[in-house]
Design a protein around this ligand. Structure first.
Ligand code: GLA
Length: 374
């Protein structure tokens, strides 16, 4: 049990769900995520030393990080995200002070709901607070992304960290990953609700497959850059793609086609959300999943079985995988009155098809970073 009064600040950062716009943030596309009430909470107090002492509410481990030599913690099982975050904070020229931190994470690990972003963002915000530095959410998101890339070795885009830091209760975020301009769009779903379900497939090699997809889109961009006059793949229109598709080999062509069409879908989806048109939004989710399955190849048997089961329920307007893929969660748009029946139906069908038990999460759309002085 934590005695809150022993600490100076209580800081939180959110997990996220991506409504649509998958695997396009690192191509300069617009994405449409929302921050969740599943989050990482950090209780922090200065300790007057040059150590960051870490403990967790859910783990017996205790780790002490030497702030003079943070690079040595890259392969820690627990504490590596915090070490990477502290290092990026320090390298950005900010004051890093010794402190005690208790971490309390309610974002399930490996769920595709960005537990790592929530940990990195909340850790950096806590380091800022305890050092008396200003909390700048966008800057924190960028440093957290740097930690994920340079310390954890996942060459990710900015979506997760941005949503984790800058999310707003009740709102989705139309985030332009090229300019970092963000428009908040109220999530008003009328008679429908968002349902998040984890396929619970233990996944490995996710990082290497993720980095491989990134490299494939880079290759596509290299070939098309000059011919199409674009600086990122998201700039390519569907018409332009049709004209130059034959220049790309099969696999790269499929990847680029996904990116171009997913960008279109995001635009249509945000319009549908603003108009409260859940059937159109649901269809776009279905199309996104199909594209991630056949063109981008990041779903896998379990996510496909889960999305297919969801899509076959009469009260479901649409369903897709969310996040990086290869395991993790789906999101579905489901008539609120039928949510319980939907969950039961999908869980049964999914278990029959794969042998895995799926888990449903109750989460609301919530704020990004919150800071409470204790
Ligand atoms: C992971 C990455 C994000 C994004 C998604 C796929 O969550 O961290 O940057 O690329 O995958 O959309």
């Amino acid at each position: 049990m934590i005695n809150e009064k022993d600490y100076e600040f209580k800081i939180t950062a959110a997990g996220r769900v991506n409504i649509i716009g998958e695997h396009i943030d690192y191509c300069g596309g617009k994405v449409f995520p929302a921050a969740l009430s599943l989050k990482n909470t950090v209780y922090v107090r200065g300790n007057g030393t040059d150590k960051i002492n870490l403990s967790w509410t859910t783990l017996p481990d205790k780790v002490s990080l030497d702030t003079e030599n943070l690079l040595q913690y890259k392969s820690l099982k627990y504490g590596n995200y915090q070490a990477g975050s502290a290092l990026m904070w320090q390298q950005s020229g900010k004051k890093l002070v010794g402190c005690d931190m208790v971490q309390d994470c309610t974002v399930p690990f490996g769920s595709g709901l960005s537990s790592s972003a929530a940990i990195e963002v909340s850790t950096i915000a806590a380091l800022a607070a305890v050092a008396g530095e200003e909390i700048e959410p966008v800057n924190i998101a960028l440093l957290a992304q740097k930690a994920e890339r340079e310390f954890a070795g996942v060459n990710c885009g900015i979506m997760d960290q941005y949503a984790s830091a800058c999310g707003k209760k009740g709102n989705a975020m139309l985030l332009d990953c090229k300019t970092l301009e963000c428009k908040y769009v109220p999530v008003k779903m009328g008679a429908y609700s968002l349902v998040i379900i984890n396929c619970n497939k233990p996944h490995n090699l996710v990082e290497s497959k993720y980095n491989e997809r990134r490299a494939e889109t880079d290759e596509g961009l290299k070939i098309l850059k000059e011919i199409a006059g674009i600086s990122c793949l998201a700039d390519l229109t569907v018409k332009q793609f049709d004209r130059c598709a034959s220049l790309l080999h099969n696999k790269i062509r499929y990847r680029v086609k996904h990116v171009v069409e997913e960008c279109e879908r995001v635009n249509l989806a945000q319009k549908a959300m603003r108009a409260g048109d859940m059937l159109t939004l649901g269809n776009l989710l279905n199309e996104s999943h199909t594209s991630l399955r056949y063109l981008y190849e990041v779903t896998g048997k379990e996510l496909d079985a889960l999305a297919t089961a969801a899509q076959s329920h009469p009260a479901c307007a649409g369903s897709r995988m969310t996040g990086g893929g290869f395991g993790g969660c789906t999101i579905s748009i489901v008539k609120t009155e039928a949510v319980e029946d939907f969950k039961k139906y999908v869980l049964e069908k999914y278990e029959k098809a794969t042998g895995y038990k799926a888990t449903c999460y109750d989460a609301e759309i919530s704020d990004g970073i919150t800071v409470q002085k204790i």
